[in-house]
Design a binder for this molecule. Structure first.
Ligand code: UT7
Length: 333
């Protein structure tokens, strides 16, 4: 007999990740630009980052992250019916990275799309996948956050090149029928497009509004402005997300902010009332990996056995746009 209260819920059923082999340390950077390990560690918390090989692109990192997922969970990716990739560094504008994943795994009747929401991309993609699953339109969705930022970094600009690294992290999200609430418990998004010129990667248009861009296809950032926005507006956004979820910092098990800069994470922790141990960060080893940073930090903690089924997590991405997106999820695996 059908239970009338039965409805589809979106559940995260597997995670996987991948980072390239090559490591670029602060000491390596000392030989490239006028900087020091001491400055980088003090101002950002970063000690090293991973760099993709010349012939390794974002789709390769995504595929490796999904192979990693397959090796750890009893999953079958062949009947996935939608693929969403969040990235600002796709192999090409078209075809999409998501369609390269379909080609690698051979899913039948599978939708695919890349989304571009910079460092808010992974959490924005979770929100979209959640909506597609709850609507009943799709049953099984791969969500990947992946970047090869090193391929869009100006290694003569010491204010940005010390930050960025490469990597990929992925969730499998599935519609499941039960009486429990789904894994995504609350969501929050906000955008201030008037600050778009503070963090950009140029493509066709030479301007954002009245602002003239450096047209070299590399990432350009006004670090101080983005930092100021993160400490004020992103802190406000996370606080609204917590209110929306009805959960206080003490009731949440883990805080997983975008790993942009350890100083930003530390400031958010203090402002929002988390304890430092609740904040997951892998920035010292991977640097700022934009859309990949949240799943990378999360998966390191999963592999270390820190995150347990039933734990409550707040994930919050923020960056270029300027935009931010967050979700509160219950970990089920
Ligand atoms: O992921 C997307 C979102 N992005 C972010 O959230 C990033 C937000 N911003 C930041 O993380 C920081 O602003 C940076 C790490 C990018 C820069 O740190 P900062 O503490 O804001 O430094 P600053 O830009 O205010 O520069 C301070 C000084 C300057 O020298 P003067 O003008 O005071 O003499 C810079 O020229 O540090 C200098 N500087 C450096 N010195 C050594 C800038 N970069 C370097 C460097 N090594 N790599």
């Amino acid at each position: 007999m059908t239970n009338v209260n039965l409805r589809s819920n979106a559940v995260i059923t597997a995670i996987g990740s991948y980072t390239p082999e090559k490591t670029l340390t602060n000491f390596d950077l000392e030989r490239i630009v006028d900087t020091s390990d001491e400055w980088i560690v003090q101002r950002t918390g970063i000690r090293e980052r991973r760099i993709s090989a010349d012939n390794e692109f974002t789709s390769d990192l995504c595929i490796a992250a999904l192979r990693n997922m397959e090796s750890r969970y009893p999953v079958n990716l062949s009947d996935v019916d939608y693929i969403i990739v969040a990235t600002s560094t796709p192999d090409s504008i078209l075809p999409s990275v998501a369609s390269r994943i379909q080609a690698a795994f051979g899913m039948n009747r599978c939708g695919s799309a890349d989304i571009q929401a910079a460092c808010a991309g992974f959490t924005a993609a979770i929100q979209l996948a959640n909506g597609l699953l709850l609507s009943g339109l799709y049953r099984k969705i791969i969500v990947v956050g992946a970047e090869t930022l090193s391929k869009a970094t100006d290694y003569s600009d010491r204010t940005t090149c010390i930050l960025f690294g490469d990597g990929a992290g992925a969730f499998l999200m599935e519609a499941q029928q039960d009486n429990e609430a789904g894994d995504v418990l609350a969501a929050y998004s906000d955008t201030d497009g008037s600050g778009g010129h503070h963090l950009y990667r140029s493509s066709l248009s030479p301007t954002v509004g009245d602002y003239e861009l450096t047209m070299n296809g590399n990432i350009v950032q006004n670090g101080r402005e983005v930092y100021r926005w993160a400490i004020s507006e992103v802190a406000r956004g996370i606080s609204e997300l917590m209110q929306e979820s009805g959960l206080s910092a003490a009731q949440l098990d883990w805080f997983v902010p975008h790993n942009a800069n350890q100083r930003i994470i530390d400031a958010l922790v203090v402002k929002l009332g988390f304890s430092p141990e609740q904040a997951l960060s892998s920035i010292s080893r991977y640097g700022n990996t934009s859309a990949a940073s949240i799943p990378l930090a999360l998966d390191d903690a999963v592999r270390a056995g820190q995150i347990k089924p039933g734990h409550l997590l707040l994930l919050h991405g923020f960056g270029g746009g300027l935009t931010q997106a967050g979700v509160v999820i219950r970990w089920a695996i």
